[in-house]
Design a protein around this ligand. Structure first.
Ligand code: ARG
Length: 472
């Protein structure tokens, strides 16, 4: 078996060494081994039920596959480049273990529908695993946010101080992004858990396979509807990589924010030594390299998505060997994002927030200009007019170098008689935050409500994931 290819019949000459090396994918697709065996077991058992395999034959095949699984788990499996890919490596090994009956396993099946199934099983597992990491990190965010519903800091637009917000609101903003990411993954399972087995090489098979039975035994609720499409469809990989890309975008934004917050200029957060690295030259440096790498690694995730899209574009039906190139980008993106999630989970666990620095930064009375304008609106002044009045006040404050919280009520009244006597109450960041008591807003009361809601959604999604993946 070792020197004879599975397509040996048609060939007289030997494959050249360079072709063998160039076409082999075993170096990386060996990661699909557990899924390949899972698919073969389901296929073999169905073949027996359909009377295509004798009970004794099926038993031999199943035992052989299980023995191979043990070898692989123990790291004892002899992966061979001349067997090209994981499918032929396992089949060749099955011949060695159980003899000629191994040749019956592949009836009604092609590597084309086989690899499509393996990939779907793999993507399902990684989808579930990454969704679970997202649950964990969101739980951490929520738990930390609970303690920061009164911690005031500046919110920014254009990276300019804009209005005061509470830290919990910030943390829940990331949590919101990750909630969408989780839902995207959950939704995608409807298009992942579809069994292509029975599509054969491209046109189906004349053998009486029970496609639904195979799907059922793999925990896939659906079967594909067109064999030509089924063997060449990698949309579910693109979808997965695009979901991963958005996660990478969100982690990258979050990392960037905390890198800024970690600067001396901001001083809002720092991390224990264990989470940082130093400089080989500058003795004083303690750098947030982990966060920088999370920001940086997003690039390779997008690159992998682009590689996949480019690979698929222009492929005629049905299977083409180009598709073998789908695996490395898929594996790399999944590994990269799950590592980033693990490290970000540590970041949120280890971050030390500097509440005093945040409070000081939020004290800047300029951040309360909108509050002043809205106080005039409450007195019946049109917002555009109020905006102009407060604009002039701000200009005067800058010109005279006198912060607004040092102004007397009568000074404000020079700009508009509508200003009341209690401006000093408005000009406090805590009051400002409290006043933005609208759903989705930053008032501590709203944020506490949002926290309860976030926990509820998290719990719902956990139930949804369990239901979607229960028959794995
Ligand atoms: N290693 C191949 C892949 O990953 C398996 C399918 C090969 N099919 C074929 N007809 N050569 O796509």
């Amino acid at each position: 078996m070792q020197n004879q290819k599975l397509w040996g019949g048609r060939f007289r000459g030997k494959t050249s060494a360079t072709v063998e090396a160039f076409t082999a994918s075993i170096a990386w697709d060996q990661r699909l081994a557990p899924y390949d065996i899972q698919g073969s077991l389901a296929h073999a058992q169905m073949l027996q039920r359909q009377g295509l395999l004798k009970v004794s034959e099926a038993r031999k095949i199943v035992q052989g596959l299980k023995a191979i699984r043990k070898e692989i788990d123990a790291g004892r499996f002899p992966f061979r480049e001349e067997c090209e890919d994981i499918h032929m490596n396992i089949e060749a090994r099955l011949f060695e273990k159980i003899g000629a009956v191994a040749g019956k396993l592949h009836m009604g099946r092609s590597r084309n529908d086989q690899v499509a199934l393996d990939l779907r099983l793999y993507v399902r597992d990684r989808t579930i695993q990454i969704a679970q990491s997202l649950f964990q990190i969101r739980e951490r965010l929520i738990n930390r946010a609970v303690k920061e519903t009164e911690t005031v800091l500046p919110g920014y637009t254009h990276l300019q101080r804009a209005q005061p917000v509470v830290l919990a609101h910030y943390l829940l903003a990331y949590e919101s992004m990750l909630t969408r990411d989780t839902q995207r993954l959950l939704d995608s399972l409807a298009r992942v858990q579809v069994s292509p087995l029975g599509s054969g090489a491209l046109a189906g098979t004349s053998l009486p396979l029970d496609r639904k039975e195979v799907a059922r035994s793999l925990g896939f609720p659906w079967i594909t509807s067109n064999s030509l499409d089924a063997v060449s469809d990698r949309d579910f990989v693109v979808e997965f990589l695009s979901a991963l890309s958005l996660i990478a975008v969100h982690l990258s934004r979050w990392a960037e924010e905390w890198i800024l917050w970690n600067t001396t200029e901001f001083g809002f957060v720092d991390f224990p030594d264990a989470f940082c690295t130093g400089s080989s030259m500058m003795p004083q440096k303690k750098n947030p390299d982990v966060l920088e790498l999370i920001r940086g690694k997003s690039g390779r995730v997008f690159g992998n998505l682009m590689a996949l899209l480019t690979l698929l574009k222009g492929l005629p039906l049905s299977y083409n060997r180009d598709l073998q190139e789908d695996k490395e980008p898929l594996f790399d993106a999944a590994d990269t994002v799950s590592a980033c999630l693990d490290l970000m989970e540590q970041a949120i666990r280890l971050a030390r927030f500097h509440r005093e620095a945040m409070r000081k930064a939020a004290e800047d009375p300029m951040l309360l200009a909108t509050d002043l304008a809205e106080s005039l609106v409450k007195k019946g002044i049109a917002f555009r007019k109020a905006h102009e009045i407060v604009g002039k006040i701000v200009a005067e404050s800058i010109r005279s170098q006198r912060p607004l919280n040092q102004w007397s009520a009568s000074e404000f009244k020079r700009f508009s008689s509508a200003f009341g006597n209690s401006i000093s109450k408005i000009l406090r960041s805590e009051a400002s935050v409290r006043s933005r008591n609208i759903s989705g807003g930053t008032a501590p009361a709203q944020v506490r409500r949002a926290l309860v809601e976030a926990r509820g959604v998290l719990h719902q999604q956990e139930i949804q994931l369990k239901r979607l993946s229960k028959r794995r």
